[in-house]
Design a protein around this ligand. Structure first.
Ligand SMILES: [Zn+2]
Ligand SMILES: [Zn+2]
Length: 148
């Protein structure tokens, strides 16, 4: 996304346009599903000096404003992405943590219908499919050394 478009989206979301916000959104557009620490190091590598706390602040503000989606696969650090509002799901690799989008099967939220909603008005579904990514499937099983 061009910097002007990102600036426009920030203003639409009621957020001030700041260099750290532009940098974080730029990095996440290129590297979806990154953790806060990864975002911080990528921002520093490509946009210069930004403190980790500033990155955390930007992630929190943009998530609250609906510009970022935060996903929290069990046992993993929270990950962020710029793809919001479409209720898509995720495939997560058990070995390397690689995360891949799965489009909503029905097209609009919630894209899964529970067997019983127990009276709840359901408006969103969040599914994590766990398994091994193609790269990790190619890793040969660890050879166990036999004792002499
Ligand atoms: Zn993997
Ligand atoms: Zn995603």
């Amino acid at each position: 996304m061009a910097a002007e478009d990102v600036a426009l989206r920030l203003r639409d979301a009621g957020l001030r346009v700041t260099a750290p916000r532009l940098a974080v959104l730029d990095v996440l557009a290129e590297n979806p599903h990154s953790t806060a620490d990864t975002v911080a190091s990528l921002v520093r590598a490509t946009h210069g000096r930004v403190s980790t706390q500033a990155v955390y602040d930007v992630l929190a503000a943009c998530t609250t404003a609906g510009m970022l989606r935060r996903i929290e696969p069990a046992g993993s650090a929270a990950r962020y992405e710029t793809r919001t509002g479409d209720n898509h799901h995720h495939l997560v690799c058990r070995l390397c943590g690689r995360t891949t989008d799965v489009d909503c099967v029905v097209g609009s939220p919630p894209c899964l219908v529970p067997g019983n909603t127990a009276g709840y008005l359901v408006d969103e579904a969040e599914v994590v499919f766990w398994g091994l990514c193609p790269d990790c499937q190619r890793i040969p099983p660890r050879v166990v050394k036999e004792s002499p």
